[in-house]
Design a protein around this ligand. Structure first.
Ligand SMILES: Cc1cc2nc3c(=O)[nH]c(=O)nc-3n(C[C@H](O)[C@H](O)[C@H](O)COP(=O)(O)O)c2cc1C
Length: 335
């Protein structure tokens, strides 16, 4: 089934989400995204801390900002990418391909999470740069198989969400623990050495894991608390990020996700050491508006980032740094 297309494009992110929700409602989908983890202390704190950071304006001698960057060899128009997602039940594989297409049209990159080879191939066929994130399967051979499959099909990079061995934690219990399991470093080393693709370790929130990830040969890490179903008291990404970037940022590409929604959020993450910022919930919230909706969402976020870069006197993403950030006097800077 293809998604309802609306001739008139919404002018704001909220309008876009409303339109996407309305389109899905017409298909009988009332509650698109899965229920959240129970307590959400980490997610809430991440939001509050992001909102406690202000940005210094540097308006004299204005610059023309350029949001372009490169990740895993792909030239991108924006550092905002779609973080790893598996297909939620209410979307079809065709819908997911539209999401991938939208990310490509926005000049961005798609990370695909759990899912089969057919969807992966269809995603790659759109021409959008695609990264495959393999689950920490209990069956280690399946991991090697999926890594090989991703390489053979033409992914730019491959990786593993190491934080998801316990499955999704909701309503007081973890599900799918029969499928996923904690992996030993040796298993990941074997996966890394089995491929010539850059390997990404997703779900890093501590310096110790970040350093180990570098030692075992990861090319990139994603500082992430996995969003819904996550560890309620995981260190909020925006707190973990500057420590991790300081420890390993010169040796690997540091990416971040979990709770980033706007262009200003992206700016703050870049200032604290991220080279790219993943959005999963927001991209899926726009999925009901099809490829155009997804393209538009990334456009809104990138436009806001660009405007803030202009206000802060940053001609390039590399110029965005910690000295531009000032916290509310109620909060001590944590970097
Ligand atoms: C529907 C859905 C499916 C997801 N599937 C995966 C997955 O298969 N692999 C993975 O590493 N992360 C997966 N994630 C987690 C996201 O990559 C991301 O870490 C998390 O949602 C936090 O980012 P957000 O706040 O922008 O949603 C999924 C998230 C959502 C909402």
């Amino acid at each position: 089934m293809t998604l309802e297309k609306t001739a008139e494009r919404p002018a704001t992110i909220t309008g876009l989400f409303n339109q996407a929700r309305e389109n899905l409602k017409q298909r009988g989908v009332e509650r698109p995204l899965p229920s959240q983890s129970n307590y959400l202390a980490s997610a809430q704190e991440n939001r509050e801390l992001l909102d406690s950071i202000f940005i210094e304006s540097r308006l004299l001698d204005p610059v023309t900002p350029d949001t372009s960057t490169a990740l895993f060899g792909a030239k991108l128009k924006t550092p905002a990418f779609c973080s790893a997602v598996g297909r939620p039940d209410y979307l079809t594989d065709e819908d997911m391909v539209e999401v991938v297409r939208g990310m490509g049209k926005a000049g961005s990159l798609m990370m695909l999470g759990i899912g089969g080879s057919d969807l992966l191939q269809a995603a790659i066929d759109t021409g959008t740069p695609v990264v495959k994130m393999v689950k920490p399967y209990r069956n280690t051979d399946l991991i090697y198989q999926k890594v090989r499959d991703a390489e053979e099909r033409g992914c730019l990079a491959v990786g593993m969400d190491i934080d998801h061995f316990y499955g999704v934690y909701r309503d007081g219990k973890a599900d799918r623990t029969e499928i996923f399991a904690p992996k030993q470093t040796a298993d990941i080393v074997q996966a890394i050495s089995s491929t010539r693709l850059p390997f990404i370790i997703k779900g890093v929130l501590g310096v110790q894991d970040a350093v180990k990830a570098v030692q075992i040969g990861a090319s990139a890490i994603v500082v992430s608390n996995h969003g819904w179903g996550a560890f309620d008291f995981g260190i909020p990404s925006i707190v973990a990020l500057p420590r991790i970037a300081a420890a390993v940022g010169s040796r690997v590409t540091v990416l971040v996700d979990s709770g980033f929604r706007t262009g200003n959020d992206v700016f703050k993450a870049l200032a604290l050491g991220a080279k790219g910022v993943g959005l999963a919930t927001s991209v899926l919230a726009a999925a009901g508006a099809g490829a155009e909706g997804v393209e538009q969402l990334i456009g809104f976020i990138t436009d806001e980032l660009k405007r803030t870069m202009a206000i802060a006197g940053c001609p390039s993403l590399a110029a965005i740094g910690q000295p531009l950030l000032v916290t509310s006097p109620r909060v001590a800077p944590w970097w």
